[in-house]
Ligand binder design. Structure first.
Ligand code: GSH
Length: 203
């Protein structure tokens, strides 16, 4: 069976969990305690060359790291990834944009708030916001003319962007500025098989 190494509040692992669930693929979940330094464990380091979750372990023991790589692997040949070469490049383009322009800028302010250190990190948060607000505006502009990011249908591009954008307000972002993003987030959440970050049994 597939095995997903994640952590309870990781948005990157959440993306993979949403996709696995929507694909109907059974998987075993191994939830690491990042606060206790679980990613430094040599056994985990042997599975994750970057010492981070998510990690997908295949039946044969090989592992895939990086949420975008995992999603591209899982989505191959499914409705979540177009066959057309150009459209696949479009999917990769959104996944790359999310990682380069949004991931840290959205995730770290949320993390600082969760840890109660947002006040000390105020100038860092302001720097993140300076970069992320224009990137969010670009996504909002695209979504003002499209229901979905690629090919007018739900793909892993949507799952990839959804993860941290849906939690940006937890890091202090004023997401009410982005009405098209808000409508798109609701569409993603309404997809069959969508799962919340923290499931009730786990809350
Ligand atoms: N680009 C990576 C980022 C993964 C990442 O940042 N993972 C965090 C949790 S969301 C992590 O494992 N951090 C290591 C640690 O806190 O020890 C991806 O998309 O998978």
């Amino acid at each position: 069976m597939l095995r997903l190494y994640d952590s309870r509040l990781s948005g990157n692992a959440w993306k993979v969990r949403i996709l696995l669930t929507q694909l109907g693929l059974p998987f075993e979940r191994v939830t690491l305690d990042l606060a206790k330094g679980a990613t430094a464990d040599p056994a985990f380091r042997a599975k994750s060359r970057f010492a981070r979750v998510p990690v997908l372990e295949l039946d044969d023991g090989r592992t895939i790291v990086e949420s975008a790589a995992i999603m591209l692997y899982l989505a191959e040949g499914t409705r979540f990834l177009p066959d057309d070469r150009f459209l696949r490049a479009e999917v990769t383009s959104w996944l790359t944009f999310e990682q380069a322009d949004l991931l840290r800028a959205l995730a770290l302010p949320r993390f600082y708030r969760m840890r109660g250190v947002a006040d000390q990190m105020a100038s860092r948060i302001a720097d993140f916001q300076e970069g992320a607000y224009p990137a969010l505006a670009k996504a909002d502009a695209w979504l003002s003319g499209h229901d979905w990011l690629v090919d007018d249908r739900y793909t892993i591009a949507d799952i990839g962007l959804f993860g941290y954008v849906s939690m940006a307000h937890q890091g202090g972002y004023e997401m009410e500025r982005f009405r098209s993003i808000a409508a798109w987030l609701a569409r993603v959440k309404a997809q069959p098989g969508w799962v919340p970050l923290v499931e009730e049994a786990d809350a």
